[in-house]
Design a protein around this ligand. Structure first.
Ligand SMILES: [Fe+2]
Ligand SMILES: [Fe+2]
Length: 259
């Protein structure tokens, strides 16, 4: 688990790294473009959110737990998402396609976000969407021979791996502080939310997933594995932490007896 300060430093450093060579000319074939264009436009729009509601939720949360650095790390996390949106937008401009202003999936997600000031629901939503994003950008990368688009996807995939860790750690901290009955209920809710969302994402972007070699079966299998690494890992991490604490206290007890 990293502290908010460590995450802040991570994002500061990562924002300086340039992994895309914009001197490379885009070279996407027409049949590739037909399969991925709509989804790329929708994700481009989704990545450009200002993140005001998330920042508001994280500020309220940090005031409650006394961690003033946390919202600063969140604001750099948002900046990184906006970088994805800018890069995808730049690519769309280069291939002469428009950046869309409206998408039903994006509008739905924005509405949910607008009414949400709970850090727990935010982290759940972000973890779920980031998990689908990982598979989406991998599919996009595999669906094209365009080197520039591949580089854009690789850059996003590198960032997203850390985003999942960043959100998972916060999610775990929130989960850890719940009572046992509340934890049991929460897991049921988280699981239902996750699988319902990934189903919606599949139907919205199946053309692009399929273009990247992921039929529904493969998509579901890969997303289930991602579930195991996030929501499905909450109780395992809880047990590991308890074991570490037990070991530490028995070590202290043995030292005290030997002294
Ligand atoms: Fe992103
Ligand atoms: Fe992300």
């Amino acid at each position: 688990m990293r502290t908010s300060q460590q995450w802040l430093e991570h994002f500061e450093k990562n924002l300086e790294v340039r992994r895309i060579d914009w001197n490379i000319a885009p070279a996407i074939k027409k049949r590739e473009r037909d399969k991925i264009l709509n989804s790329s436009q929708a994700w481009q729009l989704g990545e450009t959110s200002e993140g005001r509601n998330l920042l508001h939720a994280s500020t309220l949360y940090s005031n409650r737990i006394g961690d003033p650095v946390y919202p600063k790390a969140v604001s750099l996390f948002i900046k990184e998402e906006q970088k994805h949106g800018n890069n995808l937008g730049k690519y769309l401009d280069l291939i002469g396609e428009k950046r869309i202003q409206k998408d039903w999936g994006d509008s739905l997600f924005r509405k949910i976000r607008y009414f949400n000031s709970s850090m727990e629901l935010w982290t759940l939503a972000v973890i779920t969407v980031e998990s689908t994003a990982q598979l989406f950008y991998q599919s996009l990368k595999d669906a094209t021979g365009c080197v520039l688009l591949k580089q854009i996807c690789t850059d996003i995939l590198i960032d997203e791996a850390s985003h999942i860790d960043f959100q998972f750690e916060r999610f775990f901290i929130i989960y850890q502080n719940k009572s046992l009955p509340s934890q049991l209920l929460s897991i049921v809710f988280y699981t239902a939310f996750y699988f319902a969302t990934i189903l919606v994402v599949w139907f919205a972007h199946k053309k692009a997933f399929k273009a990247g070699g992921n039929n529904f079966r493969r998509y579901w299998l890969k997303m289930s594995l991602k579930y195991k690494k996030t929501i499905g890992r909450l109780n395992k991490t809880l047990k590991e932490q308890k074991n570490v604490k037990t070991k530490k206290s028995s070590l202290v007890a043995t030292r005290a007896t030997n002294a």
